[in-house]
Design a protein around this ligand. Structure first.
Ligand code: GLN
Length: 546
């Protein structure tokens, strides 16, 4: 049987949860035994998401194969549980680049190269290629209908639907607005978005109405009447406490039945029960609660550190605890000379993360935060730049190399304790040139790392240009800061930790374990951090009471 395609588009505003909706539909169809894959078409001209500002665009999600992508692919992996790679992301930039290179190589001699059919055909090729061994492919178009830069994708989908007819369904995700001043719902913007889609020659087969409160039946009927979409194909998609509830909400509304019927797929049972149990347990987890401080480049940055935030929640589930995240702008710590001033940032924190990052903004503040955690025995997890800063901190404050630094921030330091990975120093191109993707690492016996992972060989994803300089490792080891994991292919330092006798939980990894963490299987380093933070909290409350 040929593959079926669901095209997910957005209306009115972006950020209404197209990605989560696409992933949730994917999960339900997967639970019904269908082979599902997802692809995101992003209208921007960048050829990879690795050099977009996370503060504006959200985090760069990294795949096993090293592809740097949009955060929606993180939703696809975490919610639908499908591993993403290069074939699951397509930006306008990549399509145009490919076309220009082909043209220069002589592929289209004599032809006029045009948006249609050249770009549109490429979109079709990507969809068909992905669908080769799948039952259903779900394709999300970034942005909203009407954006001038996404025209090519909408035109491509119109032609695709014309070719494959009933094997292609169009789904719109758009809000029905609640106007508080007049206490009324307004569906006009949504209706207009559908009209805009119709102008592209596309008629939605289903609409997911994003709402922050229950919408009366009469509004949904009106939407049906005015958009020409059957009432049973219009779903209320309410805000929920957690994105993991969305598949359950869709299931309760028989969204999967609708797709199965429209596509004439077999009506097999939906094996959602285990998933439901995990989500309900997660939602129900209200206590004990731990507070984790993330000393990053930005504050208030759920989107910029999306996978990290999710991994913290997963670590909470693994420990039957609720996790509250406090975002702290590390730069702020730089104005304080000693710990007395810093104290207020740590009050009420049970554990700390210093996340990955680029450029030197806030790095000295991160170093101060790490020193505080090391000296006060606060559970600490350093991720990528977080490990590198932990090494700088230890070299400076425990080993007396006062000007120790990373070459990324000071290339005249006499102690380059973090230096370029071999070959990286001479690279001029900035896009997709780092050490990227999943690498194998061997953990040392008796380490905290092996205890947490429960395995000698692990694979985690990487995205970095610098590494821990091995020249100084003996000096750190003498003071209890040791390597606990090394790359099996390159010998690079992957994980370092303080001896258990010195600190209850102080560990840093060159990888980004947050990208592989799932609700059902939390990343071991995050599980360990939450467990240690719970112990720290208990300890502190005992001390407080004494
Ligand atoms: N900037 C550092 C490097 O390139 C750390 C990167 C990261 O945290 N992902 O090595």
């Amino acid at each position: 049987m040929s593959c079926k395609f669901i095209i997910v588009v957005g209306g009115v505003i972006s950020g209404t949860g197209k990605g989560v909706s696409a992933a949730s539909i994917g999960l339900l169809l997967k639970f019904r035994g269908h082979r599902v894959d997802l692809i995101k078409f992003d209208p921007y001209l960048n050829t990879n998401a690795g050099i977009l500002a996370p503060r504006e665009h959200g985090e760069c999600f990294l795949c096993d194969d090293g592809t740097e992508t949009d955060l929606d692919l993180g939703h696809y992996e975490r919610i639908a549980g499908i591993n993403m790679s290069k074939s699951n992301i397509c930006t306008s930039g990549t399509l145009y680049k490919e076309l220009i290179e082909e043209q220069e190589a002589g592929k289209y001699l004599g032809q006029t190269i045009q948006l249609s059919p050249h770009i549109t055909d490429k979109v079709h090729d990507r969809l068909l290629e992905l669908g080769k061994d799948k039952d259903v492919v779900i394709a999300e178009i970034g942005g909203t209908v009407g954006d001038s830069e996404s025209y090519a994708f909408f035109e491509a989908m119109r032609q695709f639907k014309q070719k494959l007819k009933d094997d292609v369904l169009i789904v719109m995700v758009a809000p029905i607005l609640w106007v508080n001043t007049i206490k009324e719902f307004k569906s006009k913007p949504l209706q207009n978005a559908v009209k805009e889609l119709q102008r592209h020659g596309l008629q939605p087969d289903a609409i997911f109405c994003r709402v922050d409160r229950h919408v009366p039946e009469k509004i949904l009927n009106k939407v049906s009447q005015l958009t020409n979409v059957k009432r049973e194909c219009i779903f209320e998609a309410p805000d929920v406490q957690s994105i993991y509830q969305v598949p359950l909400e869709f299931y309760n509304r028989h969204v999967d039945d609708l797709f199965v019927d429209l596509f004439r797929l077999s009506r097999s049972a939906c094996r959602i029960h285990k998933y439901r149990e995990v989500v309900e347990k997660y939602i129900g987890n209200q206590s004990p609660a731990v507070e984790i401080g993330v000393f990053g480049k930005y504050d208030n940055c759920d989107e910029a550190y999306m996978s990290l935030k999710e991994a913290l929640m997963h670590g909470g589930v693994a420990n039957n605890a609720k996790v509250n995240v406090r975002w702290i702008k590390a730069e702020e710590l730089e104005k304080y000379k000693d710990n007395r001033g810093l104290h207020k940032y740590f009050e009420g924190l049970d554990g700390v993360i210093v996340p990955g990052g680029f450029d030197n903004r806030g790095t000295e503040g991160k170093i101060k935060a790490i020193q505080y955690c090391r000296e006060k025995k606060i559970p600490f997890l350093g991720i990528c730049l977080g490990l590198q800063m932990a090494v700088v901190e230890f070299a400076r404050n425990a080993c007396g190399m006062t000007d120790a630094n990373s070459l990324e921030f000071d290339n005249s330091t006499s102690h380059p304790v973090v230096h370029f990975i071999e070959g990286q120093g001479s690279l001029l191109k900035k896009s997709a040139t780092m050490r990227l993707g999943a690498y194998e690492c061997e953990l040392n016996k008796d380490s905290l790392a092996i205890q947490l992972y429960g395995n000698k060989i692990i694979h985690e994803r990487h995205r970095h240009r610098y590494e821990v300089n091995p020249e100084y490792l003996d000096q750190y080891a003498k003071k209890g800061f040791r390597v606990s994991g090394v790359s099996t292919t390159s010998g690079l330092v992957e994980i370092m930790e303080l001896d258990k006798s010195i600190h209850p939980y102080f560990i840093g990894t060159q990888a980004h374990p947050e990208f592989k963490s799932k609700l059902q299987s939390a990343s071991p380093l995050f599980t360990g951090l939450i467990a240690a933070s719970l112990q720290n909290k208990t300890l502190n409350s005992t001390i407080d009471k004494a």
